[in-house]
Design a protein around this ligand. Structure first.
Ligand SMILES: NC(=O)c1ccc[n+]([C@@H]2O[C@H](COP(=O)([O-])OP(=O)(O)OC[C@H]3O[C@@H](n4cnc5c(N)ncnc54)[C@H](OP(=O)(O)O)[C@@H]3O)[C@@H](O)[C@H]2O)c1
Length: 297
């Protein structure tokens, strides 16, 4: 262990869709095989290096530390964020990457007093983004499937659309008085891209940040002409300036979760470490909620 590192006993590791994309070998982010599984988790500091600003016994969580699906993990201490007393390890493992991602996404487009549509708004990132934007004074329209629209409202959305029973275009048109939204946050990809462009107001921005249901089609610039639209593919490293900012963004999300539990993703299931492969299969199956591996259960 290096002086700036700490050894952590991992109590809960959160799985993320990006891991599936990276493992496929076809994603823009590539890692040399083999590499250790997991990037997010929560646990207890067992031992701290001489220069690590975290004490043994502290409950912490983190995002972006490879090898989080393990009983013990060595991590840079600067990436370990103290967990508020009112949150469990499982809560924190649901919040870390979602908070980091939503915190970065919220920087992309000026939305105070304006309207944003969020697909997958009951998902881990989606509900956190709903809450952050709503707190910043954005009129948030969240899209979810079935009864999960209630969770989107609880997270802070002014309007929640049930994509399984409502016409999304019509519902957004009605809520915005026909104008459309100033931004659409789309982590779905192939099936939603064209709809997302339709949902935008003139000079609105489509922010793509995931490919849950397949790679989005190439955008023809002529498609953007009528409304003079903007389109961006979110890359966190261009919006979050170095890992020094990670702890602050995750800390903000934990504070939000401590006061509003609705921002914490539902847990789809929990798996012991020796069933991690089944946990990843469940993630890939599109299970509604966060999949956790509990290495020391
Ligand atoms: N770029 C980054 O830095 C970054 C970081 C983290 C995550 N992400 C991406 O963000 C996305 C969400 O991650 P997450 O952890 O929040 O996932 P999640 O908790 O599984 O939530 C995803 C939500 O998407 C909705 N959904 C699934 N298929 C859909 C479809 N065909 N059409 C419309 N909605 C659909 C589902 O909700 P309903 O069925 O209720 O609609 C689901 O709750 C993923 O694509 C992930 O890769 C990106």
């Amino acid at each position: 262990m290096q002086p700036h590192e700490a050894l952590v006993r991992v109590e809960a590791a959160g799985l993320n869709h990006a891991e599936t994309l990276i493992r496929s070998g076809t994603y823009v982010v590539r890692l040399p095989f083999p590499y250790p599984l997991g990037g997010e988790g929560a646990g207890v500091v067992v031992e701290a290096g001489a220069d690590a600003a975290v004490a043994a016994g502290t409950r912490v969580c983190w995002g972006a530390v490879l090898g989080s699906c393990a009983t013990l993990l060595t991590a840079p201490a600067s990436l370990l964020v103290p967990i508020p007393d009112s949150l469990t390890f499982e809560d924190a493992a649901c919040v870390a990457v979602a908070g980091l991602t939503a915190g970065g996404l919220a920087r992309v487009w000026p939305l105070h007093g304006r309207t944003a549509v969020i697909w997958g708004a009951a998902g881990a990132v989606g509900r956190m983004l709903v809450a952050i934007l709503a707190e910043q004074g954005t009129d948030v329209i969240g899209i979810a499937g079935g009864a999960r629209v209630e969770e989107v409202r609880a997270a802070g959305a002014a309007c929640a659309i049930d994509r399984s029973s409502q016409d999304v275009r019509e519902a957004v048109r009605v809520h915005t008085g026909g104008r459309g939204a100033d931004a659409v946050f789309d982590p779905i990809g192939a099936p939603t891209c064209a709809i997302s462009l339709d949902l935008l107001a003139p000079r609105g921005c489509l922010i793509h940040y995931g490919e849950l249901a397949g790679v989005p089609p190439a955008v023809d610039l002529h498609q953007l002409f009528a409304k003079s639209l903007f389109v961006t593919k979110y890359n966190g490293s261009r919006w979050i300036h170095g890992i020094d900012e990670f702890a602050g963004l995750i800390g903000n999300a934990l504070a939000l979760a401590a006061t509003r539990r609705a921002v914490i993703a539902r847990i789809a299931d929990r798996f012991p470490l020796d069933q991690a492969a089944d946990a990843y299969r469940m993630l890939e199956s599109g299970a509604p909620g966060k999949v956790l591996v509990l290495p020391n259960a």
